[in-house]
Design a protein around this ligand. Structure first.
Ligand code: CDP
Length: 226
């Protein structure tokens, strides 16, 4: 019997963190939390309410009106994010949100707002959370930390395909620019920059099938838990 642990998955934009996190959660019967969805939902709120992100008191006031929650979609079995009671799981994937989210996620009070909720969700363990600072800041004591990466061209192609299905007007160049822009901001910001935790295991899935990546990760779980 495996004991309940905390699994963190951090890494670059669009390298398949959420796919692996969902696979692992399903295989282990764990809860999956997409921390990036929280920053995306906050960004959606800020865009809708035209919050000036350079005005910290406006940001603080807006955060007071943001309530985030996750609730399972019984068809897919995965949890989906709600913003003030509205399911925003799909609308937050739009490129309009991706173009602003890294600026929003770099703001200190936005991060403390999200991190406090993420830490509360990990209290019971038995959780897989993906993001940028999960193994370094949110759960520095996570029993298994994975740092994911993949070649830029492969990441661009994967995200392009996802977005193209919803919006055939999207161009591959827009997607490439967005990933590079977010990776730059995420890894160079002052607070909780994206970096590999010293005790993280690296998974480069550029040339792995979904089944292969899951197998590698589950072997790590066994090593950590038995
Ligand atoms: O799915 P993808 O890798 O494109 O990104 P995401 O996980 O949806 O995260 C969107 C953005 O939220 C990232 O580019 C970061 O700016 C921010 N983020 C963060 O700062 N910290 C996290 N723990 C998760 C996401």
């Amino acid at each position: 019997m495996l004991k309940n642990i905390i699994i963190s998955i951090d890494g670059w934009s669009s390298c398949g963190k959420s796919t692996l996190a969902k696979q692992m959660a399903r295989a282990l019967g764990y809860v999956y939390i997409d921390s990036g969805a929280m920053y995306r939902a906050i960004t959606l709120y800020f865009i809708r309410h035209q919050v000036n992100i350079n005005d910290l008191s406006a940001v603080e006031q807006a955060l007071n009106k943001v309530e985030l929650s996750f609730s399972p979609n019984h068809k897919s079995g995965h949890s989906e994010i709600y913003l003030n009671g509205e399911n925003v799981e799909y609308v937050i994937r739009d490129l309009v949100i991706a173009e602003k989210v890294s600026e929003v996620a770099a703001i200190g009070i936005v991060r403390s707002f999200a991190v406090a909720q993420q830490q509360a969700m990990g209290k019971q363990k038995g959780i897989v959370m993906d993001g940028r600072d999960i193994g370094t800041v949110v759960f520095p004591d996570a029993e298994l930390k994975i740092f994911m990466t993949a070649d830029m061209d492969i990441r661009v192609q994967r995200r392009y395909q996802e977005l193209y299905e919803k919006n055939p007007n999207i161009t591959i160049e827009e997607v490439r620019k967005n990933l590079a822009h977010r990776d730059h901001i995420d890894s160079t910001r002052e607070i909780s920059p994206l970096r590999q935790a010293a005790d993280a295991l690296v998974l480069d899935n550029s040339h792995l099938t979904m089944q292969e990546q899951l197998q590698i990760a589950l072997n790590w779980v066994k090593e950590r838990c038995l």
